[in-house]
Design a protein around this ligand. Structure first.
Ligand code: PMP
Length: 423
């Protein structure tokens, strides 16, 4: 094709995209693909929790769960999640309903108290920075902003964060106190960390003696395929490397049972667990053990969690399949976008041409399809390539999701082809 012919072809594609967009806008849709919330049918799977703990209020060790106390959380529930979160039960705490809250509190305690291995409180440091693998989870970045923690982006690779870069930054700068990690089915690109990544994180020299890995294993049991991904045991790796206090493990049942009324967990070295318990003892006389008991009754054991997650998968899988099918049908081979095909978790990352993400999100919004703001996947809301869009397929019904995805592909074509014409 001559340049002129290919320009004409592009013009034709643009006209078609404009017409498709006008049709889309005329439909007056109101669809939301923003947050990774479970759909009502997923919550229904745990409806039996509402009738529990039934006519008992006694835990396995005789604890009356109605009363104060039990800062570590109920042993029978910790037992169930010890395997899921790869943490010995004696080093695992079952706490409130939100792991994000635990990450928040861990930062606050590190700011206002002295961490094991620390020379001083983080507030007394001139500067504090966290390494932020990108794309990443916007609420992690919001915590850093909230507490004035500088964010240093590090690129993700198919094996986890770019470890050459992580090692270089952690070794060079004592202000670098931590790294955010979503090690399995990462939010938003679905990446799971390789064994080598985990080993290097555990063993790398850090300039800060109190460096912490914030290991947010939010999607530990959230598989979408028959080949569940297993990741290396980070706590063991840290201990084996002589850095036993390096990692805080977080997890929750938010996307297993009820997103708003699950149970959150904290796992770490004995010294860190003692540190958190001492801090927690000032802010609470004990967690919600009634909720913990009913979770233990409902889930029963680790196999119970896995069986429950299979039922979640049955509901989620058709949605993730539809996302792939529609992206492939509408954008496959066009060069306008690439996307991830996650084996678990809650998100698909769509990468459009550089400089197009904000405009795609704006066009979609004008046509009644709300997406997570472009840039949210990067520190300070700034995606330097303006190319990453996070898709959260879980919440909408199947038909709404498919409509929203079709609409999104129209916007990607419209914005992408226009850019090519101008370029
Ligand atoms: N971490 C990640 C990576 C998440 O995606 C989410 C939920 N979107 C959370 C934490 C929130 O967890 P929780 O409900 O336990 O606060």
């Amino acid at each position: 094709m001559t340049t002129e012919q290919s320009h004409d072809a592009l013009e034709g594609q643009f006209e078609r995209a404009q017409k498709d967009y006008a049709d889309l806008a005329a439909r007056g849709l109101s669809l939301d693909l923003t947050r990774g919330k479970p759909a009502p049918e997923q919550l229904d799977l745990s409806e039996a929790l509402l009738g529990l703990p039934g006519d008992t209020h006694t835990a396995a060790d005789g604890t009356d769960v109605r009363n104060y106390g039990g800062l570590q959380g109920l042993p029978e529930l910790r037992e169930i999640f010890a395997g899921v979160l790869q943490t010995p039960v004696g080093q695992l705490l079952a706490l409130g309903n939100s792991s994000l809250e635990l990450m928040h509190d861990s930062i606050v305690h590190a700011l206002l108290g002295v961490l094991p291995g620390s020379e001083r409180r983080w507030v007394d440091e001139e500067r504090i920075a966290f390494l932020c693998p990108v794309p990443g989870y916007d609420r992690h970045f919001a915590l850093c902003e909230r507490f004035g923690i500088e964010m240093i982006p590090v690129a993700m690779t198919p094996e986890g964060p770019d470890m050459d870069e992580v090692e270089r930054l952690a070794a060079a700068d004592p202000a670098v106190k931590g790294i955010w990690c979503v090690p399995k089915y990462s939010n938003p690109d679905g990446v799971s960390y390789s064994d080598e990544t985990v080993a290097r994180l555990a063993a790398m020299p850090t300039a800060a003696p109190d460096f912490r890995i914030f290991w947010d294993n939010a999607y530990a049991a959230h598989h979408l395929t028959d080949e569940p991904v297993e990741i290396a045991d980070v706590l063991a790796a840290c201990a084996d490397s002589g850095n036993p206090d390096r990692v805080f493990v977080f997890g929750s049942s938010s996307k297993i049972t009820f997103a708003g009324s699950g149970v959150a967990f904290f796992g770490s070295s004995p010294a860190n667990v003692k540190w958190l318990l001492a801090n927690n003892s000032k802010r609470s006389i004990g967690p919600d053990k009634v909720n913990q008991l009913r979770h233990a009754q409902f889930l029963r054991d680790e196999a119970g969690v896995r069986a429950h997650m299979d039922r979640q998968r049955d509901l989620l899988r058709p949605k993730f399949d539809a996302v792939q099918r529609i992206l492939e049908a509408e954008l496959g081979g066009t060069g306008l976008a690439t996307w991830t095909e996650p084996k678990g978790g809650y998100f698909v990352t769509l990468r459009v041409q550089d400089g197009c993400a904000k405009e795609v999100v704006r066009r979609a919004s004008e046509a009644g399809i709300v997406l997570t703001p472009a840039g949210a996947t990067h520190p300070y809301g700034d995606d330097p390539d303006d190319a990453t869009i996070r898709i959260a397929p879980s919440y909408p019904g199947q038909e709404d999701l498919e409509q929203a995805m079709h609409g999104l592909t129209v916007c990607v074509r419209l914005v992408g082809i226009e850019k090519q014409l101008k370029g």
